[in-house]
Design a protein around this ligand. Structure first.
Ligand code: ADP
Ligand code: MG
Length: 760
């Protein structure tokens, strides 16, 4: 199949004149053929019949076997629960291609194989929700499935993530983040819009997934307990019309099956080729450099095949991309024909090779296409990792953990695993949440290596020693056992689940963490002393799609006459990567930044950037692009902030749902009301200056340092509030605003009386 691979690669991407109808049809045909080869296809009928028999199906299958993209389509095409009448299926029998399911799992079917096509009677919604732990996955998968179904994205197939909704009333398959479905459960506890809910990537055990699993147990109870389907004389089915599918890439189906009464497990047996795993002889002191070297080594020494590199975040990926391009530029050039269009060229880098040029030399500087993929990347760029490379070119995909199981990139033969991942961590005793770079678990390392063996034998380079591998944790504990639960507890309370400690979690979080969040919510005024949601604050906070502390900032701001400013600040804080900070132009961006700097701190600085951007004429794309490039800010981030801003205004403003009907006023140029509003919500993150120049968090006594990017760094105020902590070598406070120490006991009297006697 090496031949085949070569053939596939030689196919031109598109004609010189761009796209034509024939090419589009050709592409559809190819995609269709690819789909039919997926292991999920061979299991189709059996899966449908299992789902007729059981209200919960736990589906296990290797990453890349077609769970996420195919299963929802099977359900829709089989008219599973949709429409009326007999329903039709256009699926023809197909040859088994070496893929089968666990025969023991298939119970006797009342309707028989191939008849999973009856429309269901009864009420309920007509949509399938498919949850993803990550926004990128929801978007890229929706786009792919829309293409497979030949419909525009947002119609029959759509996606929804926080602050972005690409669905319509016609939507039948809705890919969404697990967090968003959780929000929907808040207003519609029975999830009545959905006939089927698919919890995908359940093995990731994100907080939202875990809470959803608990809630879905309740939804099943709400939506009828007669789950045996009855075949009506007409062929239609009757009975409980709600179905739950839990999909996972790892084999621990048992936990899920045990959790849901009457659940059944189904296995999609995939293909996996052997992967040769290699370790480094000695520990690496810099895994980023090591990853860059390993990438080039694969490129110059190994036969064709794309490389997938696991890094931890955007900054790292950006640096790695730059470093790889620098090193490529110094490789010997053996192709005179390509002189002048090198990878180091200004602007876009090594993309868009000229199809008429001769194929670049293997292992040379022009035959490596470096492609990043991470959440904050613009969608068009995200989609580029899925496109086959031009002939003779090798792709090096620099990815965050997203490529571990959420998305599958065709063509990968080599995996480079740094052995690290960015992970949420929470110290319940200190009440501090942080994102930290931590070693992966053994299970994660195996999963990553496996990505090299999907289409043929592969190689995985682990940038750590075999002994270090032995020291890694076996598996990663569920996120819910190590995160700040304030949002979760607030949402459960808002759903009327008062006994949060008694909620049926698959793995209950530590008691201390739950108690901590109850305390925090009490301090914010969201709960009363009896632990009931308060109407003034709690009810409102639960409706706002932001962290409860920021929600509190917004409510306080509307009282203090600065809601417009606060909404802009929260929108900016919720946006990642606002600033461009190219190393080569440090002097330029630093001086451009100066005109936005507010002496009160980072939040007001962000506000100034937002204001500057909003003052530009909205319709002039050119003016906006120019302004952003002059000021070293990221136009996508600002457009995103603008979007969030609009949505938050909708949540606060108009007095009909979702609006809370709060006054939206501006404080103009007076920064004090806004600083007070920030203090009123962020007081759990209040800190005081210490003689040594560090800060001490009042609530916990912990020592933290101002982040080097803070505008307050050279005029450290006696007291401040900050957005978040980041751990690297030290603990840094990010996005800080100077506050008056006396505001704190005034704005949060119970908190400061109880937490830090004599401090403030
Ligand atoms: P699973 O959910 O079981 O991991 P998926 O349904 O996500 O599998 O993917 C099935 C196959 O579809 C993948 O192996 C890949 O080849 C292909 N695929 C998925 N998304 C895309 C995409 N955006 N572009 C091209 N191919 C894709
Ligand atoms: Mg998947």
């Amino acid at each position: 199949d090496f031949e085949e691979e070569q053939q596939r690669r030689k196919k031109p991407r598109r004609g010189a004149n761009g796209f034509d109808a024939a090419a589009a049809a050709e592409r559809r045909k190819r995609i269709d053929a690819e789909r039919r080869q997926l292991p999920a296809w061979a299991a189709r009928d059996q899966l449908l019949s299992l789902l007729q028999q059981h209200r919960t199906l736990v589906l296990v299958g290797e990453t890349g076997s077609g769970k996420t993209t195919q299963i929802p389509q099977f359900l829709v095409n089989a008219r599973f629960g949709f429409g009326s009448g007999t329903g039709q299926t256009s699926v023809k029998p197909r040859a088994a291609n070496g893929v089968d399911q666990d025969p023991g799992d298939a119970g006797p079917s009342t309707s028989g194989r191939g008849q999973a096509n009856g429309a269901w009677g009864g009420g309920g919604g007509n949509c399938i929700a498919v949850t993803q732990p990550r926004r990128v996955a929801a978007m890229t998968v929706a786009r792919r499935v829309a293409e497979e179904m030949g419909t525009p994205l947002g119609q029959k197939v759509g996606y929804a993530i926080r602050f972005e909704d690409a669905t319509s009333p016609a939507t039948r398959i809705k890919y969404m983040t697990d967090g968003l479905l959780l929000r929907e459960a808040l207003v519609d506890p029975a999830l009545s819009r959905y006939r089927v809910v698919i919890i995908d990537e359940a093995h990731e055990r994100t907080v939202s997934t875990d809470v959803l699993l608990g809630l879905l147990k309740g939804v099943q109870a709400l939506r009828g307990d007669d789950f045996r389907l009855v075949v009506m004389p007409s062929g239609a089915l009757r009975g409980d019309d709600f179905r739950l599918v839990v999909m996972s890439a790892t084999l621990d189906a048992g936990r899920f099956v045990d959790f849901f009464p009457g659940a059944v497990a189904g296995l999609i047996r995939g293909r996996q080729y052997p992967v040769q795993v290699m370790y480094t002889a000695r520990p690496e002191d810099n895994y980023l450099d090591a990853a860059v070297c390993a990438t080039l080594q694969v490129h110059t020494e190994e036969p064709p095949g794309d490389v997938l590199v696991f890094l931890t975040g955007q900054d790292e990926i950006d640096s790695a991309e730059r470093l790889i391009k620098d090193k490529l530029a110094s490789l010997p050039r053996s192709q005179p024909a390509t002189v002048g269009e090198g990878a180091e060229g200004a602007g876009e880098g090594a993309d868009g090779a000229d199809p008429s040029a001769p194929a670049p030399a293997p292992g040379g500087p022009d035959s490596l296409l470096v492609l990043p993929i991470y959440a904050a990347l613009p969608p068009e760029q995200q989609m580029r990792v899925f496109e086959p490379a031009p002939p003779g070119v090798r792709k090096a995909i620099l990815a965050t953990n997203i490529a571990e199981t959420s998305i599958t990139i065709p063509g990968v033969r080599y995996v480079i695993d740094t052995g690290y991942v960015k992970s949420r961590d929470y110290n319940a005793k200190l009440g501090l949440e942080s994102l930290a770079v931590v070693p992966v678990s053994q299970a994660q390392a195996r999963q990553r290596s496996g990505r090299a063996g999907r289409e043929g034998p592969g190689k995985a380079l682990r940038l750590f020693t075999e002994a270090d591998f032995g020291q890694l944790e076996q598996t990663t504990p569920p996120e819910i056992t190590r995160c700040n639960l304030a949002s979760v507890v607030l949402q459960l309370k808002a759903m009327g689940i008062d006994d949060v400690l008694g909620f049926e979690f698959m793995d209950p979080p530590p008691r201390a963490a739950i108690l901590r969040s109850l305390e925090l919510l009490f301090a914010l005024g969201a709960l009363d002393a009896a632990g009931k949601l308060t109407e003034q604050v709690g009810q409102r906070l639960s409706r706002l799609p932001v962290d409860p502390m920021y929600g509190r900032v917004l409510l306080a701001a509307s009282d203090m006459g600065c809601a417009l400013e606060a909404v802009a600040v929260v929108a900016m804080v919720a946006t990642e990567n606002v600033f461009h900070t190219p190393r080569a132009k440090e002097k330029e961006w630093r001086s451009a930044r100066l005109k936005f700097v507010a002496r009160e701190g980072d939040h007001l600085t962000l506000l100034n950037v937002f204001r500057g951007f909003s003052e530009l004429p909205k319709e002039s794309h050119k003016a906006r692009t120019q302004w952003c490039s002059d000021n070293f800010v990221n136009i996508r981030a600002l457009r995103k902030a603008e979007d969030i801003h609009t949505q938050l205004l909708r949540f606060l403003g108009p007095p009909s749902p979702p609006g809370l009907g709060l006054p939206l006023r501006s404080c103009g140029d007076d920064p004090t009301p806004l600083r007070r509003a920030l203090a009123a919500g962020l007081f759990p993150h209040a800190a005081r200056l210490q003689p040594d120049g560090s800060y001490r968090v009042l609530a916990t006594g912990r020592q933290v340092f101002l982040h080097p990017s803070s505008v307050l760094l050279d005029r450290k105020p006696p007291a401040l509030v900050f957005s978040e902590l980041m751990h690297t070598t030290k603990t840094y406070a990010r996005d800080a605003t100077a506050v008056e120490p006396r505001w704190l006991p005034e704005l949060a009297p119970t908190f400061f009386a109880a937490k830090a006697p004599g401090q403030a």
